[in-house]
Design a protein around this ligand. Sequence first.
Ligand code: NAD
Length: 350
Amino acid sequence: MSTFTPKNILITGAAGFIASHVANKLVRNYPDYKIVVLDKLDYCSNLKNFLPYNSSPNFKFVKGDICNADLVNYILITENIDTIMHFAAQTHVDNSFGNNFAFTKNNIYGTHVLLEACKVIGKIRRFIHVSTAEVYGETDKDAAVGNHEASKLLPTNPYSATKAGAEMLVMAYSRSYGLPVIITRGNNVYGPNQFPEKLIPKFILLAMRGKTLPIHGDGANVRSYLYCEDVAEAFEIILHKGEVGHVYNIGTKKERRVTDIAKDICNLFNMNPYKNIQFVENRPFNDQRYFLDDQKLRNLGWSEKTTWEEGLKKTMEWYMRNPDWWGDVSGALIPHPRMLMMSGGSGVDK
Ligand SMILES: NC(=O)c1ccc[n+]([C@@H]2O[C@H](COP(=O)([O-])OP(=O)(O)OC[C@H]3O[C@@H](n4cnc5c(N)ncnc54)[C@H](O)[C@@H]3O)[C@@H](O)[C@H]2O)c1
């Protein structure tokens, strides 16, 4: 297995959740790599996500939009970028049922701008495109085998459709122009730094305020969750050992019903689940399950290390220590938030 050594890495979207953990890990573990972060600082981002690594000599932050071709070209040239890890996206499925043109623009057009800049400048040795398990669509309740990397893409909601669309462009640039791409498709991730529009931090913040936890539909949907540090390690391995032209699922076999997640969070806060869980109107469409075959990534040497109990406790403790990380998040804590439609929800200056 050959090993790739990057020099100057552009990470998009790293003021958000997952990529902040990846950027911090690379800054900390590889002082010889230069890490340049490009993020437009949308409502879900936070510059504090880089603490304490923002003062490291191998870290640089640029506030800007991946849809801005001039800026992207400028960064690739002036920073001598040889590797891109592309995380930036509109990521919340609930929002995609509302303002979904923002998803097409950021997720598809934004990816296209990055790809075109790579083609024009011609110096990129790895383009790691971060996609999602949701591009496979929902897995049958009874399926015993998870989606593998060659399974069909059958997205069911506007978010996952734009993620699948972006993947098509990435694959086309690989075939047409020989861009050395790797695609990842991950299960749900949880942990510190995640904006509380997503299920786990939202339930934790509501529980901290003694409020009821709203579950979409009957809560029988199943989700597979990985702890953020395990996912950051998966990206570290894929960066160095992933094979160009390949897709890697980042998944777990452990699945949980949404009601059980809510019950576990109630238990952590000594709340009675029967009194504190409220079933609310479902999303327009709510995938039943996302089950992945993760053997290919395991063959590179990755494995999940954090147990659910340990990860959930660490996450709860972090939110308890940092209740005001994003300021006023009350708009995100309602049962069906539409952050992109709220004032200040589309890229406020921070
Ligand atoms: N969160 C999950 O459970 C999960 C699971 C699988 C895959 N993914 C994928 O991982 C990636 C990161 O997800 P996340 O949950 O950490 O995201 P997030 O919503 O926490 O952060 C996204 C970041 O991207 C930035 N951004 C958005 N549009 C941009 C643009 N046009 N230009 C510059 N910056 C922009 C935002 O400001 C934000 O900082 C996404 O591509 C997502 O599809 C997420």
